[in-house]
Design a protein around this ligand. Structure first.
Ligand code: MG
Length: 379
């Protein structure tokens, strides 16, 4: 059992990306996230609220408001003896899933410390899985030219990544896939369409079906179950849900309608470890494989994803990449790094297994507030 929560510190961080990238229809040059530190007498828990810059996602402002005004105060005085107890409190939080994920994951870290268990162990990963390396995939946004795309892939492939994912959009799809195949041969390759197509585009996917891709990630709009199912029936390449998979109910509906064969689990989309575990288990029961996607998060969120990726039904490479891949810096110690060519190790220290570098937290801080019993102190 954790000691009662005495203080919740929230820091809005902004860390520049190494280059501006185009992901999900949005240009991203700065990464905004909210780092939560939940403190009790005998430990701290780290959480990250990390909205994606992509279209249709929660804004950082709404997350900040939700976390500082409602969620953080609700944590004060609470202690947890199980992940189910954390889930019960999280179910009372209204608002978006990114804000929930920030607080819920911090509570899991706190509980891990109290129990001397890693988060992967709390999730129920078996000892075999904990020892296994997590395969790390290279993820690329849209580039202005094919040459730049190929050059970027070439620069990173020598780091040992286990698969390559490229973003496509209408008008820039088959050409990109063909170029990557011609240049790199039969590397494990997939595309992310970031919900940019409709049922009228099925012929494009029929053409893409010939390129032996691992999957088509979110080819159509999040709620277009009918279109996704029509596509899955028309192609042999598995359709993978990303934006659609925000709750157990939606994922179950998509599976029932034949709209996917793979699901990307994102802690930020789902609202934390509890819902992610529930979707993972639902997929397992239905013969649907999973893997762990990213927004991409900073180090705390990335480390969380590594624990999640240790679950047995996570059967494809994760989008989690080493800290220096996207960002000029990070505020966790140690940084996320490949432990071997293209693989990540599941942390073995209790809880999340990472610490915060407080000097860096200060360096990249935009604003900070602390919620303690009876008062809120912005400074
Ligand atoms: Mg995606």
């Amino acid at each position: 059992m954790t000691s009662p929560v005495e203080r919740v510190s929230l820091t809005h961080l902004q860390i520049p990306l190494k280059e501006t990238v185009r992901i999900g229809g949005a240009d991203m040059g700065l990464k905004d996230a909210i780092l939560l530190i939940v403190e009790s007498r005998d430990g701290i828990g780290l959480g990250e609220c990390s909205p994606s810059a992509a279209r249709g996602c929660e804004s950082l402002e709404s997350c900040w408001k939700e976390l500082t005004e409602r969620i953080a105060p609700s944590l004060l005085g609470r202690s947890f003896s199980s992940t189910e107890e954390i889930g019960k409190l999280a179910d009372t939080w209204t608002g978006g899933h990114c804000a929930k994920a920030g607080a819920e994951t911090a509570c899991w870290d706190l509980l891990g410390h109290a129990r001397h268990a890693t988060i992967a162990e709390l999730l129920g990963a078996s000892s075999d899985q904990l020892d296994m390396n997590i395969e790390s995939g290279l993820t690329l946004g849209l580039y202005p030219t094919v040459v730049e795309l190929l050059k970027t892939i070439e620069n990173h492939l020598e780091e040992g990544y286990r698969r390559v994912k490229i973003e496509v959009e209408p008008g820039r799809d088959v050409e990109l896939v063909r170029a990557v195949r011609q240049h790199f041969g039969d590397i494990p390759l997939m595309i992310d369409a970031a919900a940019a197509y409709s049922v009228n585009d099925i012929d494009i996917f029929r053409e893409l079906d010939d390129y032996d891709l691992l999957m088509f990630e979110q080819p159509m709009a999040a709620d277009d179950f009918e279109g996704l199912a029509a596509l899955q029936a028309a192609v042999t390449t598995p359709v993978c849900l990303d934006e659609t998979a925000t709750t157990v109910e939606r994922t179950a509906e998509a599976i029932r309608r034949g709209a996917c064969r793979i699901v990307s689990l994102k802690l930020q989309n789902l609202g934390g470890f509890g819902p992610a575990l529930a979707v993972h288990d639902l997929c397992y029961q239905n013969g649907v494989a999973c893997w762990v996607g990213t927004t991409p998060e900073l180090g705390v969120g990335s480390a969380q994803g590594i624990h999640l990726a240790a679950l047995g039904n996570c059967r494809y490479a994760t989008d989690i990449e080493p800290s220096p891949r996207w960002f000029v810096d990070d505020c966790i110690v140690p940084l996320i790094e490949h432990s071997g060519p293209g693989v990540l190790s599941v942390p073995t220290r209790p809880g999340l297994g990472y610490q915060i570098d407080h000097s860096k937290l200060k360096r990249y801080q935009v604003r900070h507030t602390e919620v303690v019993a009876g008062a809120s102190h912005p400074f």
